[in-house]
Design a protein around this ligand. Structure first.
Ligand code: CAA
Ligand code: NAI
Length: 284
């Protein structure tokens, strides 16, 4: 199974990072989003990251131009008609993702693999809306994609061994480390990380300490690179809430109930770094 042409759906924080590392590894990448401005924002982030690589002597200017040359703009999902792999990185919402997978199943070539960068949603449920469930798989990158080494590879119930192998090989070409995981809500990464973040939000909500103190405890006491509230802002509070809801619904266990303060911030549109305000305020 040979992969050369890729479409990445969603040019947000994750999609832009995924498109960047794929283009850096030599793949031809179509970066798809719904509007020109969303694509432009994603391309802006990629260009900034590549320029930093040039400044730091990790890449020449001509290598940077070659990477950018392998990236193409797409504002139409029909552009998936000649790709070998689609990596979907749109919002963490099952109905949005299922609608995308249904369309892709009709558009993408019969051999194409359909992967999702979902943080928590069942791959098997995405696969079920297609006629190629054996070619549907989870490819869960970590944020920030250009820096973090891990990719959780999630097998849906029907995912074939050949498809798993092709995605594992492709992940290694991106210089990432694949880890095989089965299809349960939140997989491994967010089954463990997100309840910790949710508990940090409860700690704030219940007035145990202020936000700086909570972050300091985990940074200085546990050597985490970011405190949990800073990390929640970095991930996006909407994404954190979606993940907690998936865990809560998927396991039916009250220990996963999302903190009311998290819901309130999301309802206010305080989604974290990407909107300029979450637990902290960010200059643009
Ligand atoms: C929600 C999910 O489904 C799963 C997830 O992704 S959960 C989130 C997982 N990610 C984490 O937990 C990240 C935790 N934070 C960290 O590891 C670090 O704070 C960090 C790597 C983000 C930044 O590191 P730092 O040392 O504090 O800052 P800084 O010195 O500015 O950055 C370190 C390097 O990362 C790079 N970097 C930082 N942020 C970046 C970004 N958004 N994009 C690209 N590169 C970035 C910097 O350019 C820098 O590279 P150089 O040293 O080569 O110049
Ligand atoms: N933020 C994080 O730390 C991580 C997020 N993820 C997952 O990655 C996915 C994307 O998350 P982010 O990049 O953080 O979100 P984001 O909000 O930064 O970006 C989402 C992008 O998808 C686009 N989009 C939405 N619907 C679309 C459609 N139908 N067609 C094309 N584009 C569409 C939006 O316009 C936006 O640009 C989610 O499933 C999330 O759970 C996975 C790992 C880490």
């Amino acid at each position: 199974m040979s992969i050369q042409k890729i479409m990445v759906i969603g040019a947000g924080q994750m999609g832009s990072g995924i498109a960047q590392v794929c283009a850096q590894a030599g793949f031809d990448v179509k970066l798809n989003d719904m509007k020109e401005e969303f694509f432009a924002r994603g391309l802006g982030t990629i260009t900034k990251n590549l320029s930093r690589n040039v400044e730091k002597g990790r890449m020449t200017e001509s290598e940077k131009e070659a990477v950018l040359g392998r990236l193409t703009k797409s504002l139409d999902i029909n552009d998936a008609n000649d790709v070998d792999l689609v990596i979907e990185a749109a919002v963490e919402n099952m109905s949005v993702k299922q609608a995308i997978f249904k369309q892709l199943d009709a558009i993408a070539p019969a051999h194409a693999i359909l992967a999702s960068n979902t943080s928590s949603l069942p791959i098997t449920e995405l696969a079920a809306v297609t006629n190629r469930p054996e070619q549907v798989i989870g490819m869960h990158f970590m944020n920030p994609v250009p820096v973090m080494k891990l990719v959780e590879i999630i097998r849906g119930l029907a995912t074939s061994d050949d498809v798993y192998q092709a995605i594992e090989d492709m992940t290694k070409k991106l210089e990432k480390v694949p880890v095989e995981v089965n299809d349960f809500p939140g997989f491994v990464a967010n089954r463990i990380l997100m309840p910790m973040i949710n508990e940090a939000i409860y700690t704030l909500y219940e007035g145990v300490a202020n936000k700086e103190a909570i972050d300091d405890v985990m940074k200085l006491g546990m050597n985490h690179p970011m405190g949990p509230l800073t990390l929640a802002d970095f991930i996006g509070l909407d994404t954190c809430l979606y993940i907690m809801e998936t865990l809560h619904e998927g396991f039916g266990d009250s220990k996963y109930r999302p903190c009311p303060l998290l819901r309130k911030y999301v309802k206010a549109g305080w989604l974290g770094k990407k909107t300029g305000r979450g637990f902290y305020i960010y200059e643009s």
